[in-house]
Design a protein around this ligand. Structure first.
Ligand SMILES: [Zn+2]
Length: 145
C-alpha cells in the first residue's frame, strides 16, 4: 500500500464563497512572494469561509496537524471590516499556515512558540503593514476593546 498521506498535495483548494472575501483573498495572494506561494500551495489543503461567527469575535483560524492544514475565514465578523482590514486577517492566517509549515507545532517539551506573534511578523515582512494598521484601528471598534 502506498502512503499517499505523506506526499505533498499538488494544490490548495480555495473554497471561499463570499465574493467580497474572495476578491480580497485573490489580491492578497497575488502580492505574496513566489516561494511562499509555492510552499503554501503544496502544503495547505484548503482555504474556505464559514457563515459562523464566533461569540468572542474571531475573524479567522487555522486547523493544523501533521496531515491537516486548513485556513478558515469567518464571514460574520469579517463582513464588518474594510477590504484593507480583511486583507490583514487573510495575510495573518496565511502567516500562521507558513509558520506552522516552517516551525511545526510546539509539542510537549518543545519551547513555547507564539504563533500569533510569528504570523504577524511574517505577514508584515510580506508588505502588509498598512493593512495591519488599518485592522488595528477597526478591531477596536468591532470588538469594543
Ligand atoms: Zn493568529
Amino acid at each position: 500500500m502506498l502512503f499517499l498521506g505523506y506526499l505533498p498535495r499538488a494544490k490548495m483548494e480555495v473554497n471561499i464563497q463570499n465574493p467580497k472575501l474572495r476578491s480580497v483573498w485573490d489580491r492578497i495572494w497575488a502580492r505574496l512572494p513566489q516561494d511562499v506561494q509555492t510552499d503554501l500551495l503544496t502544503w495547505v489543503q484548503e482555504a474556505k469561509d464559514d457563515i459562523q461567527s464566533c461569540p468572542e469575535v474571531e475573524f479567522g483560524c487555522g486547523k493544523y496537524s501533521e496531515t491537516i492544514r486548513i485556513i478558515i475565514l469567518y464571514n460574520g465578523d469579517l463582513n464588518r471590516l474594510s477590504d484593507a482590514a480583511i486583507g490583514w486577517v487573510i495575510a495573518h492566517e496565511l502567516g500562521h499556515a507558513y509558520c506552522h509549515l516552517k516551525c511545526g507545532t510546539a509539542g510537549p517539551g518543545s519551547p513555547k512558540v507564539d504563533f500569533d506573534y510569528g504570523a504577524d511578523c511574517v505577514a508584515s515582512s510580506w508588505g502588509f503593514q498598512p493593512e495591519r494598521d488599518q485592522f488595528e484601528q477597526e478591531r477596536k471598534v468591532v470588538t469594543g476593546g
